[in-house]
Design a protein around this ligand. Sequence first.
Ligand SMILES: C[S@@+](CC[C@H](N)C(=O)[O-])C[C@H]1O[C@@H](n2cnc3c(N)ncnc32)[C@H](O)[C@@H]1O
Length: 426
Amino acid sequence: MVDHPAYPVGLRLSGRRVVVIGGGQVAQRRLPALIAAGADITLVSPSATASVEAMVTAGEIRWERRRYAEGDLAETWYVLIATTDPEANARASAEAERARVWCVRSDDADAATAWTPATGRSEGVTVAVLTAGPQGRDPRRSAAVRDAIVEGLHNGTIAAPHHRTRTPGVALVGGGPGDPDLITVRGRRLLAEADVVIADRLGPRDLLAELPPHVEVIDAAKIPYGRFMAQEAINAALIEHARAGRAVVRLKGGDPYVFGRGMEELEALAEAGIPCTVVPGISSSISVPGAAGIPVTHRGVAHEFTVVSGHVAPEDERSLVDWDALARLRGTLVVLMGVDKIGAIARALVAGGRAPHTPVALIQEGTTASQRRVDATLATVAETVVAEDVRPPAVIVIGEVVEVGARAAAARPTADPVTRCPGRTR
Ligand SMILES: C[S@@+](CC[C@H](N)C(=O)[O-])C[C@H]1O[C@@H](n2cnc3c(N)ncnc32)[C@H](O)[C@@H]1O
């Protein structure tokens, strides 16, 4: 038979019977897309991986816990054959051929009547790549081409300007802790579509350099305040640019709703009748400790973590924090905006009953090239901060988990985030 190229097509499987034979790794990889397509899926297999079983438990697929039997493909539109038994695969494949059911085979692509392309999605576009031809199939190349296209659509280097539906109004985008790779895919896409970006001092500032020249970048820290308070001036700028019909991104550090004043901006926009979409971000409260090798929870060590703002000292009457209650907790305390007040915070915790030798880590400029970790205890942290010249932005972690990461680093000396911190001191 002449080796013609495959004919690409999009199958609309919603509500249609699809049979998957074999419940191993191949099924585990393929099933999510079939579920997302709304297919009516029956798995035929004596066993299944834990993830496939979870899909059964969730009611996403039906499971017939047995081997393939002749007749399984009756009334079927599409079959994926992926068992480790070549003889069963061949029998199922023969039934598919007789019944005119498109058949994908994991063990023998040449014997299959259909091939699964490398697929990805971006902005409502499904990208499906097949490499086939005189050189034969090349799934790795398909995946690489798919990745390049999806990445290009995500970050705007492949533009589809004529048909792109831009998000109207303002997008409050959580940019993550600083490493440009730690923004969400949605955040990055919205950034690529923006006409105006109003950015905070914290967050992935490197991404701003990548924006095309026509994009107006406004440094929120430098907005002239005039008779306004800072936040009011930012709200006013958001409203003004959105009213002028521009796509506005308010790029914030971490997550917009974790000490980020995101809700204030949302309310101001709602009052002005401007649509606003909020994109969550990776908060520094978890990711910065993680980047320094500290898990905020660890089995047998901490069953809770509490994130608290340290921008108001414990004795200050404006403080809304119950420091005595926090002192009685045994888990992890993560303090943001607390460098200036850490001495008073440590004193309050010790006075409330937390042991003076409780470990403390301060991680400055986490996830960036300047990341630095300094370790202390509640008894020594006030002095250490001064001696080591720790400066904001820093996340302060208090609790036994601080030592957990150090133990792991000692046991595994390479490729550990802690050992990658350039200026780490202990
Ligand atoms: C106004 S809060 C904003 C928090 C942000 N919305 C979040 O979810 O991460 C600013 C504080 O977050 C912490 N922070 C943010 N990014 C950081 C980073 N890359 N390294 C260390 N601390 C950071 C510092 O405690 C800083 O003072």
